[in-house]
Design a protein around this ligand. Sequence first.
Ligand SMILES: [Zn+2]
Length: 282
Amino acid sequence: MTTPTESLGTVASAAPIREIDLAIDVTLPGIRRPLGAEHPVIKTSNEMVGIFKAMGYSVAEGPEIETDYYNFESLNFPPNHPARDTQDTLFVAGQESKPQRDRLLLRTHTSPVQTRAMEQQPPPIRIVVPGKVHRHDTPDASHSPVFHQIEGLAVDTNITFCDLKGTLDHAMKAMFGSSVRTRFYPSFFPFTEPSADVQISCFKCGGKGCALCKRSGWIEVLGCGMVDPHVFEFVRHNGYDPAKVSGFAFGMGVERIAILKYGIDDIQLFFNGDVRFLEQFA
Ligand SMILES: [Zn+2]
């Protein structure tokens, strides 16, 4: 007597296919796919941009590979001026035959979008510009060759330093809490005059002094100032006569804001792609 398997000869050693192998066992636990989340830098950037959108600002963007003209010259950094040394960057190779103003580089700040926006839109203008910028910095706990900024620009008739102070004071309270106070002290940027650095009272210790504020009670968060009339000269043809309009500009580092807000001690954590770090913000 032979079994059915033996009668098939060549497939005798193969395991018979059982119907159960093809079925899905619905009682087994599934494979959970972790949900994605906003990166903390993008989250912080969106939050800050939202604060200014609520004040009537629109969002503008510009190229990360920028010309010398927009990154430096039109912002009152003349060729060979030492102010350029503070913003060293990567230059695209093989451009020696071009005039200097047309040579390409990785933008060192979001400020070139000020000129680009004013070329496209006559006053009044109110914009915020989030974006990625590049500096020739060695990576360490507080420096990165790539980071993010948010730029702001408001130009109209009769805009004063009081408008600048009120706008930034409101924005810092919206970001760090209504009990935060701001103070402005003199600084220098080629494209604003007068220029100021802005500090907020420490939101952690309330100004008494702690490790976060280095015992001073104050934390520096951004730079700002009134738009330099020389900057308006580059866009005068589009209605920006420095005798008729005035404005203010400001710029802040997004990672810096995120570091303060979330108590992070190393900027490199934002760029390492370690999911254990990132999932804390999900
Ligand atoms: Zn403090």
